[in-house]
Each structure stands twice: as structure tokens, then as C-alpha cells.
Design a protein around this ligand. Structure first.
Ligand code: URA
Ligand code: SF4
Length: 216
């Protein structure tokens, strides 16, 4: 068949996602995903981590430098802050399923061996990677999704998502045909960058309090 569209229109993880797989099989398959160009420069796929029966799913943006090296989500500075905020809100980080909207680290680097600077994924890369998140949601079936920042919000709720408008509230929305409850909040990295770090941290914890209460 002749293809006339721009090649990047074809970015999708879909052909790499096995049907009927459990989380372990999904994770193994995701290691070989070539659904968009982000796999080329990153070290490895960083798939979600946590138990299949977790009550809460936390969704971030994409792995950072540390996550890319270690192959696990939220193990760097933002993850440390997130764990502390979850604990302060009475949620056990070890009991959550943690993942990202995009599974490969996107970065720019002025020269080899220079620091790798995080770059935000495009909408196209987010939609390419969406089948992995959809498969994780279908398997974990969390009681609540905590949406960490704008990228996760757009990936789950559409491009009109604005974190400032809905943070700290319980949203109910059908996602991939399943009714979900979601509590959006800011991305933990934004707390690390904030001028008023203490205030931003308190804001994050107060949103996570809402999530903890919604879980009951
Ligand atoms: N930021 C994210 O969004 N996800 C990670 O896994 C790490 C940092
Ligand atoms: Fe596949 Fe997602 Fe990685 Fe792109 S970012 S190659 S879609 S796993």
C-alpha cells in the first residue's frame, strides 16, 4: 500500500504490545519497543513498576537521567521527593504502581559526556507510547490514578488538560472504555524547580491527601 502521510504519523507502539500478556510479559515486550524514535538515544525502556493488584497508579511524564540508567521509574531526585510526599499524605509508595506516559528518556546533549538535559515529549511521542499505558491500566485496574503533571494529564485526559484548573480534585472519566477516578497534581520535578519549594511541596502533599481520602 502506498503511504502518503509524513512518516512520523506512523509512530506507534501498537505492533509491539502483545495481546493477553501479564505485566511481566508486557515489560519484556516493551524492552524491544521501536514504536517511535525515542528508543534510539535512550539507554533502555523504563516500564512501570509495582504490583499488579496495586490500588493506586501514579503516572509521570517520562524517565529522567537516573531512571534511564537504572531502568526503573522515579528512582532519581523527583522520585525521592515523590516518595516523601506520598508518605506525608499517608500513602505507602511501595504499594503503588508507578509508571510514565512515555517510556523512553528524551534529552538533548551539547556534547558527548556532557550532562543530558530533559526534553518534553511531543504529543506525537505521547500518543505513540499510549498503548503501553493503556495495557498497564487494563491489567492493574487501579481504584485511583494520580496524575503527575501536564504530560500525564494530556496523555490520559486529552490535550485540553490544565493541571492548575483541576489539581487536588477527584475527576471521573472513561479512559479506554473503563470508568476511572483520577486525582491530578503537579509533577514532583516542578517542586524541585520552584522558587518557593516549601510551598510547592505543601501543595503537592495536600493534593495527595485528597487522593488518600478518595481511596478511603
Ligand atoms: N520524572 C518522571 O516523570 N518520571 C520518572 O520516572 C522520573 C522523573
Ligand atoms: Fe516505544 Fe514509547 Fe519508547 Fe517510543 S517512547 S520507542 S513508543 S516505548
Amino acid at each position: 500500500m502506498a503511504t502518503t502521510g509524513a512518516p512520523e504519523d506512523a509512530y506507534t507502539a501498537e505492533p509491539f504490545v502483545p495481546g493477553g500478556a501479564d505485566l511481566t510479559a508486557l515489560r519484556e515486550a516493551a524492552a524491544g519497543c521501536r514504536g517511535c524514535p525515542l528508543h534510539r538515544n535512550a539507554t533502555q525502556t523504563v516500564f512501570g513498576a509495582g504490583a499488579a493488584d496495586a490500588r493506586v497508579m501514579l503516572v509521570g511524564e517520562q524517565p529522567g537521567d537516573q531512571e534511564d540508567r537504572q531502568g526503573r521509574p522515579f528512582v532519581g531526585p523527583a522520585g525521592k521527593l515523590l516518595d516523601r510526599a506520598l508518605a506525608d499524605a499517608g500513602l505507602d509508595p511501595a504499594e503503588a504502581y508507578v509508571t510514565n506516559a512515555v517510556k523512553h528518556f528524551k534529552f538533548s546533549q551539547a556534547e558527548p559526556r556532557k550532562r543530558r538535559i530533559h526534553k518534553a515529549p511531543t504529543l506525537r511521542e505521547m500518543s505513540a507510547c499510549a498503548p503501553w499505558l493503556a495495557a498497564e491500566l487494563a491489567l492493574v485496574q487501579p481504584e485511583l490514578i494520580v496524575v503527575l503533571g501536564a504530560t500525564a494529564g494530556k496523555a490520559l485526559l486529552g490535550s485540553s488538560f490544565r493541571v492548575t484548573q483541576v489539581r487536588g480534585t477527584v475527576l471521573e472519566q472513561k479512559i479506554h472504555g473503563r470508568p476511572e477516578r483520577l486525582v491530578p497534581t503537579v509533577h514532583p520535578s516542578s517542586v524541585l524547580r520552584a522558587d518557593d519549594r516549601e510551598g510547592a511541596y505543601r501543595g503537592l502533599v495536600s493534593d495527595l491527601d485528597v487522593a488518600a481520602r478518595a481511596l478511603g
